[in-house]
Design a protein around this ligand. Sequence first.
Ligand code: GUN
Length: 303
Amino acid sequence: MAVLMDGKALARKITDELRNELVSSGLRPGLAVILVGENPASAVYVRMKEKACEKLGFFSSGFRLPHDVSEDELAKLILRLNNDPDIHGILLQLPMPGHLDEKRMLSLILPEKDVDGFHPVNVGRMMVGDECFVPCTPRGIMKLLDEYDVQLKGKRAVVLGRSNIVGKPTAMLLLQRHATVTICHSRTKNLADVCREADVVIAAVGRPYFVDKSFVKPGAVVVDVGVNRVDDVEKAIELFGESSLKATKVAEKGYALCGDVNFEAVEKVASLLTPVPGGVGPLTIAMLMQNTFDSAKRFARES
Ligand code: GUN
């Protein structure tokens, strides 16, 4: 049976260390979080990010913009925040409504305040191995692998999913650590066979239970980045077993959360596996706090 990688515990440890450093620094990092529209999942994530700021004593500034806000209005807000000395990080929650050009809006954020690491300047810096803001979820994945002493040098890693938020940057970080990296996606042929070659599998496809036993080499390390909502809970339990779903969420809300990995099947073959929730998710938030603190330190140094 796989050992579970406890992201919640690691996130707590990182946050505690950060809090200690914060106290001695005397700084007050500031994070501005912008949410456009009413995507319910995004609203939950944004609230979690703001709560994390409040718990640490960061300055948190939340902006809720209507679904039909114009690009000009959003651009004006971003430019104002770029010039606000109390703000060290600006986060534009994705996805945004279709009429807004995500790439254009992200590129308006000052790279020095781009704590998500989505600005092309930071993406480029990461590509060439320069100092930059590393996207929060990929940075959290690497922390988790390090915490559990997963060796990457010379190992085969397969990243399932090619998003700019998770898949591509995670592949780049694994490459920097000397893994041999394959990125798979919806058009990849013989996906399970490719995946089964991997010592480390990162699943970030956004499809519930997608990775089953046939994808996993015995002893492989499996990181599940998916957070999928499943409404037909009865059917899912029948097909995939109770432990694939988070029972408490089912009881409270009438739906279940599950990852991209069929937990019950894969825990029998993997050596290490992340749960959902409680795996990568808490680390994303911890890394956002870390990036914001790093930014505040840099601004203090350079002012
Ligand atoms: N949407 C899903 N994940 C993220 C993230 O890490 N940052 C932002 N800004 N939007 C997201």
